[in-house]
Each structure stands twice: as structure tokens, then as C-alpha cells.
Design a protein around this ligand. Structure first.
Ligand code: HEC
Length: 164
């Protein structure tokens, strides 16, 4: 099988394949070398990017926060309470077992049911099979999937305060 190149000579398919593989290998090798040289990482860091993942922060449990809050409230002693952070370095929402047995807890459970079984619990408002939890993973508790932590502040902004 042969073909005519732009100069009018015949070039075999095999030769074309060999040339193409050589060019491919050179491009791949070059790209690999550039990546390994660290030059790109250097430029990325120079403009403010972070190449290494952030080192995991120290865990600060919710229990620790509550203890610190108590003593701090009592007389501004001890550590100033912080936001609870897990081993993954993100905010740790309270566990589901912590939902209280109260009207407030009932409202939380109702909200969770709507969130996870949206079609069943608010039929009139949903036109498909989707549930909030399909996008807001782990019932809105998972980092990096539009978690509901931020919505708490937004709710306070609108003046609706949870009645505990
Ligand atoms: C198809 C995917 C999808 C579904 C289903 C979905 N959401 Fe979202 N939602 C998003 C995305 C993406 C964002 C983030 C938008 C942004 O940050 O600009 C968001 C943002 C939000 C926010 C704002 C969060 C914040 O931090 O301010 C709330 C509240 C929210 N969604 C509630 C819901 C509720 C309640 C349902 C179910 C009735 C729902 N979402 C269903 C994708 C979805």
C-alpha cells in the first residue's frame, strides 16, 4: 500500500507508521521530561498554586469543641473554641446519633428524609427521580459536594432561627 506525499514521491504506509510512532515517542518523552524536571510545578507555585496537597490538619473533635466552649463561656479560660475538624482537614458535622429527641430533632429528621428521599417526601415539588442527596453527597455532609454547612449561615441571615 502506498501513498503520494506533497513532493510527489510514494511513501509506504509502514514508513508513515514508523515516522508517526517516532514523533509520538519524542513528544511523549519530551512531555515526560518537562513534567519530571519540576519546571511546571515551579511556575505553578510561582503564580500562587499549591502543588502538594495540604498537610492534614490536627483533628479537633466536636467533643473538644464543646468542652472548650464550656470553659471559655464560664470565664474566658482555656482554649478558644474552634470549628470541629476531622482527619481529612474538613469541617465535621455532628453525627446523626446526635440528633436530639425534641421537636427540633423531629424537624432535622424530617429535613433529612426530604433530602434523601425527595421524590417520596415532597412529591408535588419533584418532577423526576432525583433527590437532593444525589448531588449533595452523604446527605449534605460531604466536603466538596456543595455541603449544607454553608446553608446554616444563610438561614441565620434570613432570620429563621432553629428552635431548640
Ligand atoms: C443536580 C444536582 C443537585 C441537586 C439534585 C440538588 N442540588 Fe443543591 N446544589 C447543587 C450545586 C452544584 C450547588 C452549589 C451551587 C454553587 O455553589 O453555586 C447547590 C447548592 C445548594 C445550596 C446552597 C449551599 C450553600 O452552601 O449555600 C442549598 C441550600 C441546596 N443546594 C439545597 C438543595 C436541596 C434542598 C436540594 C433537594 C431539594 C438540592 N439542593 C438538590 C446541586 C444540586
Amino acid at each position: 500500500m502506498a501513498n503520494i506525499d506533497s513532493n510527489g514521491s510514494r511513501v509506504s504506509l509502514l514508513r508513515r507508521l514508523v515516522y508517526a510512532s517516532m514523533i509520538g515517542a519524542v513528544l511523549f518523552g519530551g512531555g515526560y521530561a518537562v513534567d519530571k524536571s519540576g519546571g511546571i510545578a515551579y511556575i505553578y507555585e510561582a503564580i500562587g498554586g499549591r502543588v502538594d496537597a495540604e498537610a492534614p490538619q490536627a483533628i479537633y473533635s466536636r467533643e473538644q469543641m464543646q468542652a472548650d466552649r464550656k470553659s471559655y463561656k464560664a470565664g474566658l479560660v482555656g482554649e478558644r473554641p474552634q470549628m470541629p475538624v476531622g482527619a481529612n482537614g474538613f469541617y465535621q458535622p455532628p453525627s446523626e446519633d446526635a440528633i436530639p429527641d425534641s421537636p427540633y430533632g423531629d424537624a432535622v429528621r424530617r429535613g433529612r428524609a426530604i433530602f434523601t428521599d425527595t421524590k417520596i417526601n415532597v412529591q408535588d415539588h419533584v418532577g423526576n427521580e432525583m433527590a437532593c442527596v444525589n448531588c449533595h453527597l452523604d446527605a449534605g455532609r460531604r466536603e466538596n459536594s456543595a455541603p449544607m454547612w454553608g446553608a446554616y449561615g444563610a438561614t441565620l441571615r434570613t432570620g429563621v432561627k432553629p428552635n431548640r
